[in-house]
Design a protein around this ligand. Sequence first.
Ligand SMILES: Cc1cc2nc3c(=O)[nH]c(=O)nc-3n(C[C@H](O)[C@H](O)[C@H](O)COP(=O)(O)OP(=O)(O)OC[C@H]3O[C@@H](n4cnc5c(N)ncnc54)[C@H](O)[C@@H]3O)c2cc1C
Length: 531
Amino acid sequence: MSRSRIKAKYDVVVLGAGHNGLVAASYLGRAGLSVLLLEKNDYIGGATTSQKVFPDYNAQLSRYSYLVSLLPEKIIRDLGLKLELRRRATGSFTPYRQNGQHHGLLLSNVDEEVGRRSMAELTGGDREFEQMQKFYHLSRVFAERSWDSMLEPLVGKEDFHRRFNDDDVSREAWRSLTEEPLGWAVERYLQNDLVRGLVLTDAKIGVLTHPHDPSLLQNRCFIYHLIGNKTGEWKVPVGGMGAVARELEEAARRTGAELLTNVRIRHLGLNGTKRSVELDVGGKKENVEARFLLVNFGRNVLAKFTGKPFQPDPTDEGSVFKINMLLRKLPKLKAKKYTAAQAWCGTFHSDEGYEQMNASYACASQGRLPEKTPCEVYCHTLTDDSILGPDLREQGYHTMTLFGLDAPWSVFSRDNVMMRKEAEQKFLASMNQWLEEPIEDCLAVARDGSPCIESKSPVDIEDSLGMYHGNIFHDSLTWPFATAKREVGAWGVETGYENVFFCGSSASRGGAVSGIPGHNAAMKVLETLKS
Ligand SMILES: Cc1cc2nc3c(=O)[nH]c(=O)nc-3n(C[C@H](O)[C@H](O)[C@H](O)COP(=O)(O)OP(=O)(O)OC[C@H]3O[C@@H](n4cnc5c(N)ncnc54)[C@H](O)[C@@H]3O)c2cc1C
């Protein structure tokens, strides 16, 4: 959209054009409101973007987020999104050493018996597999009773709790997931350290926490990873995460929403009855008025415009290390029982034993990079190779993504360049212990001779997207219910300023690729207009 076409007034101005801003814009555009989105970056989608990270190669990598579970089918239907979310044949693969031999625990998404047998090889019997199923049944019960409420006004904690009062399993699900530190249930159900660790990783993705964290941050993180569309299954968006952003962008544009990139917001008028935005675009100053402002970026960014200091909680700190790679070939594994494709097409866990992660947490929470760095690795091109050009597909190229845990912002804040390098080496070494050939030898090489690998620390993520201290969910994840009386019946998007609402991950029930806060902010605007 050209700058000269900006109007002086809109019904709604959305600050930031992440996927949640696009969801909000689509709902509001469909309701007949005029909507303008303002984005600081030169692309649309925020953390949901695919980019040609290595310019010499035709490969569109999901640069930040990569898997989808929490995007409600209702939003997909309402907005007419044409998305294919594809199941990965393997759920997870965890390599391990036993009696000097290399093995792997493989949990299949398509054949339960494969997982049962693989678990029996690790533990010597069927019990651990059955216990793991019982453990996951708790989260399934939780998902059944909570998922639909994510697109409704917040229910008070006591009323929410009543949904879990009908039988022993439901009562245990409530207690284990919302009242006790998750570690209690993990330790009660599971005995094997590797299996305990495997389960715990979903409680640690993106946040700095441990099984017995009294803040229960680990429980909230676990819940978000297990309730999506009542199954909690994480699927590969065909065409990469950029396809999700593109569909949402088109949906927003179809409703007449206008989008501006490369915008510098200079001032927000939030007081009194007028909402206004002063911005620079293309070197020119503009002023826009709006009946509603929707805030897609985080509370930390909003605070810079309001002059009120952002007062973060320690649980708001981000903990993530992301490595994007383009490979000439898939690395061979030391464990031989499963093919490389079987092992790499799910979530590949490395150094994620339960006690190992207790040790890595202890180190990271003191601002040091752990000796053994826990991480998971994904090869999405095994499930969807459409993100590669035909020449790369033919030659057997693949993309690979590593998501590192226990890598908090505080480790990188003093010397990001040095620590990024050190962390990259440690995470690659973690992978290499399971490989016949080092991953470095499998990387594609750019024309200038540099390997096709990029790493992003929490500091880099904050610089690119504004996410507070690299927190991939903007700030600490919330419970799916109201925790204070004043929140009951609200949409969880309120900012304290009249007609200014969060529409991104900073809202209650925000975080991850879900569109939920975007939907809820739109509902709040429509409700306000009606009243
Ligand atoms: C490395 C990484 C991996 C992840 N993996 C997954 C995953 O696999 N699955 C999943 O579900 N979730 C994942 N997440 C989390 C998920 O991507 C985010 O929580 C979600 O995309 C946030 O969406 P949003 O629309 O709320 O905000 P954002 O995507 O953060 O969008 C906010 C927008 O505001 C813009 N902005 C910021 N400051 C300004 C300003 N001053 N002026 C104008 N615009 C501004 C930003 O550029 C951005 O475009 C991951 C995140 C990261 C970083």
